[in-house]
Design a protein around this ligand. Structure first.
Ligand code: MCN
Length: 789
């Protein structure tokens, strides 16, 4: 077995180029004769476009092209499509108004693209963009969620009454009402899940180039799913046949969900390059990213948990209004519905659940997936309610969880809200986390903090996630407009080295390493002799990309199947060369052997024989050693875990210090413990960011974004964070090859509730029952001041 196989903490292959500055990012790419594009964006949240005067801009130095929505409409350019068509409780399809790539008639959020200018240089394009005069009739904007639904609210679309895209629900309302009627205690909450901006390190960028000799167009873009961009853009927006369109997503500096949508800018840049016959480049500026990258979260929720007198959960009711922003983005309506309601059972036996979600349009940037996407929101609602119930009923917060957890033996477990969890041990994760966090020693630490004049609090959070998107059949029944399988090609070269071409996209998750570990393990090939290729529609046959922590459980499973097929073919070749029956050939540690003998061929010998087939039965065995495989999962993947957070609050300033953070996560079989730990650290940090720092604020009256730069939007930094204690507790998945479960989002799902539960615990002496995120010093201080007054 390879010492760099499954289970080894192998250092990341890709870091060799990243750490040496040898990565290849779209913004660094220069094409011959390349021109630069700049977008003109709406300064108003809601306005009718009365006129766009481009005459002065068009004659300015260096200007090559000016495009408006009217130009795109005249050229037959289609609107941006949505990948999901959800249905309301009444069975009616969601309202799906058009989403033009450049605004037509109206703008619906600050940052809505209105025109595109291409010039010889970036500076010339910028100057010309400023010279475009747009006359607006400014309309009242609607920003807040409840306001959007209020009678008489301004309408974003004339044919979408009440700005309501969809009134969706899951679960049985009558059964849930009956459960509440029999409850001894009901815990209630009203909460806001704050709006976030993704802010990957590398802002979005796109370059398109048309080759008249082949009539082919290439788009280089910062995407998590280049094949899907090719499909959506070619098929629905620009009408380019798939074989004439190549989409490349090279090294991408983080995505966090924000780069998993087909964006207007990609289509407009591609259209401009084809019209001009020149390469056109656009690079998003950071401030521009704040008003054009899809945002995340943004819910208002009222929820209640019914319990019997012993603290057993009887029922859960959730009523959420979720923000969609000004237009429907690629996955927009799917996030607060299908990725939210079905996760509300958490790791608990809750006999009755009902969840209603109203998905509404507002004059804000479109809202879509952001790391965790729907699942952190579900966990936050449930885990806040659990801690409120524990406090109100005087039950220890660990004890109330233990009392209600799905026992390990009860898996597979069917919840009342669609999901069938395959495996898990929630109590095992909790006990391990409590021990690592020294839960029992908390009172002593609280007393020590109090002696310094500080308030110490402890918060727990448990969660279960459905990731590995997605079983096509289930996704289809939920409204997905395409299947979500994955593809992998295993190409064995004549000298035994291996290239894997895979449809997932690595933008920080370490696939070049972990997928190579799977190959090394299965084929016995040296780790160094394996390359993982992704992100280029000309090289990789097809792929759905990376999001929803699907790469290992769906892509890795396709890869494993491809490897099995390579081994099966290798056995046939070996059987021929060794003059034995195929059934007598065994393969282990990179050697094909006739069972019970020393007659053997190495993997490299078989590879060479496959490509240089002397003495080879060509009539019954094709030459070559390359296998293609697809995997469509039978179920979602269900990682779960328990997080424990400890905070120390300064009552004079309201500053919250994260004193300790412990996480024990069940991600099934682990391929690379170091990479999993890295994913947990990153994920927790994003969850902590939401809980304590990050907040996207809009001015309610004008719809201007008030936190549109890093001066106003606080990203978490190293000095905001302690060293985390992370560990895993594996119950291998029974529905996924290799027993793996996703790990890319678990930290972000568990952390917000753990942190806020800890902060509220610290403030409990003041009678504080809830604090909305982020628990900034101002908010915490105000809560203490209000209690003291
Ligand atoms: N892994 C493993 N053992 C497991 C599970 C995973 O070794 N049991 C490894 C995988 O092989 C992979 C990594 O851990 O190398 C993450 O795997 P997985 O859970 O399959 O998640 P994805 O690769 O599909 O990544 C998507 C996920 C999501 S949805 C977001 S958002 C996110 C995240 O990953 N965005 C990230 N992590 C990120 N990390 C970085 N650096 N940058 C981002 O943009």
């Amino acid at each position: 077995m390879s010492d760099k196989g499954i289970g080894a903490s192998v250092r990341r292959k890709e870091d060799q180029r990243f750490l040496r500055g040898k990565g290849s990012y779209v913004a660094d790419l220069v094409r011959p004769g390349m021109a630069w594009g700049v977008f003109v964006r709406a300064p108003h949240a809601h306005a009718r476009i009365l006129a766009i005067d481009t005459t002065r801009a068009a004659t300015m130095p260096g200007v090559l092209l000016v495009l408006t929505g009217a130009d795109l409409a005249a050229a037959g350019v289609g609107g941006l499509p949505c990948g999901w068509g959800i249905k309301g409780t009444d069975g009616a399809p969601m309202k799906e108004p058009p989403h033009p790539a450049l605004a037509q008639g109206k703008v619906r959020h600050v940052g809505d693209p209105v025109a595109f200018v291409v010039a010889e240089t970036a500076a010339q394009a910028r100057d010309a963009a400023e010279a475009i005069a747009v006359t607006y009739d400014v309309l009242p904007a609607v920003i807040d969620l409840e306001g959007a639904l209020a009678p008489g609210a301004p309408l974003l679309f004339d044919d979408v009454p009440n700005n309501l895209c969809c009134d969706w629900s899951i679960g049985d309302a009558a059964v849930t009402e009956a459960a509440f009627a029999s409850a001894a205690h009901v815990a209630r909450i009203r909460l806001v899940n704050n709006r976030l901006v993704g802010n990957p390190m590398e802002p979005r960028a796109a370059i398109a180039e048309h080759d008249p000799a082949t009539d082919r167009t290439t788009l280089w873009t910062t995407s998590q799913f280049p094949h899907v961009v090719r499909l959506l853009m070619g098929l629905f927006v620009l009408n380019i046949p798939q074989h004439k369109l190549r989409v490349v997503a090279p090294d991408v500096g983080g995505g966090f969900g924000v780069k998993q949508f087909h964006y207007a800018e990609e289509a407009v840049v591609t259209f401009a390059a084809r019209r001009l016959g020149r390469a056109v480049k656009w690079v998003c500026e950071r401030t521009e990213g704040f008003i054009s990258d899809a945002h995340g979260r943004d819910h208002v929720t009222e929820a209640a948990l019914a319990l019997d007198a012993s603290g057993k959960f009887l029922g859960l009711k959730v009523d959420t209004i979720a923000n969609l922003g000004g237009y429907i983005s690629t996955f927009g309506p799917n996030i607060p519905t299908n990725l939210y309601g079905p996760l509300l059972s958490g790791v608990y036996t809750i006999p009755a659940i009902h969840c209603r979600v109203r998905v509404v349009f507002t004059n804000t940037v479109p809202v879509d997936a952001y790391r965790g996407a729907g699942r952190p929101e579900a966990t936050f609602v449930l885990e806040r309610l659990v801690e409120i119930a524990a406090a109100e009923m005087g039950i220890d917060k660990a004890a109330i969880r233990r009392r209600n957890m799905i026992p390990k033996e009860a898996f597979p477990y069917q919840t009342p809200v669609l999901m069938r969890y395959d495996s898990g041990d929630p109590a095992g994760c909790l006990e391990k986390a409590l021990e690592a966090a020294d839960y029992a020693g908390f009172p002593a630490r609280k007393a020590a903090s109090a002696a310094k004049g500080k308030l110490r609090g402890i918060g727990l959070s448990t969660y279960i996630e459905a990731c590995g998107l997605a079983p096509s059949r289930i996704a289809g029944s939920l409204g997905a407009r395409g299947g979500l399988y994955e593809s992998a090609t295993v190409r064995v070269h004549p000298t035994g080295q291996v290239t894997v071409l895979i449809g997932t996209h690595n933008h920080g998750q370490g696939h070049e390493t972990t997928f190579a570990q799977i190959v090394a393990e299965k084929l016995g090939v040296r780790f160094e002799d394996i390359d993982i290729v992704f992100g280029d529609t000309d090289r990789v046959q097809f792929g759905m990309g990376t999001y929803g922590s699907r790469s290992l459980v769906v892509g890795g499973a396709a890869l494993a199947k491809g490897l099995d097929r390579v081994i099966a073919k290798g056995k046939r070749i070996a059987a021929h060369l060794l003059e034995a029956a195929v059934e007598d050939i065994e393969f282990a540690n990179g050697t094909f052997r006739v069972s019970g003998t020393d007659r053997a061929k190495s993997f490299a010998e078989i590879a060479l024989a496959a490509y240089v087939p002397h003495d080879y039965p060509l009539e019954s065995l094709d030459p070559g050693l390359e296998e293609q495989a697809y995997h469509d999962p039978v179920n979602f993947s269900f990682p779960s875990g328990a997080h424990v957070c400890e905070v120390e609050v300064d009552p004079e300033t309201g500053k919250v210090e994260l004193a300790a953070y412990t996480a024990v996560d069940d991600v099934g079989t682990v391929i690379n413990p170091m990479i999993v730990a890295g994913q947990l650290h990153g994920g927790i940090t994003q969850g902590v960011g939401q809980a304590l720092l990050e907040h996207c604020v809009y001015d309610r009256a004008t719809g201007q974004i008030l936190s549109g730069s890093f001066q106003d939007y606080a990203m978490p930094r190293a000095d905001d964070l302690p060293a985390y204690r992370v560990d895993t507790h594996a119950t291998p998945s029974t529905d996924t090859p290799m027993g793996v479960k996703g790990c890319g989002e678990v930290g972000t799902i568990g952390a917000p509730a753990a942190v806020i539960n800890a902060v509220v615990d610290a403030l409990s002496g003041f009678g504080v029952k809830h604090l909305d995120m982020p628990a900034s010093p101002a908010r915490v201080w105000a809560a203490i001041a209000a209690a003291r007054a």
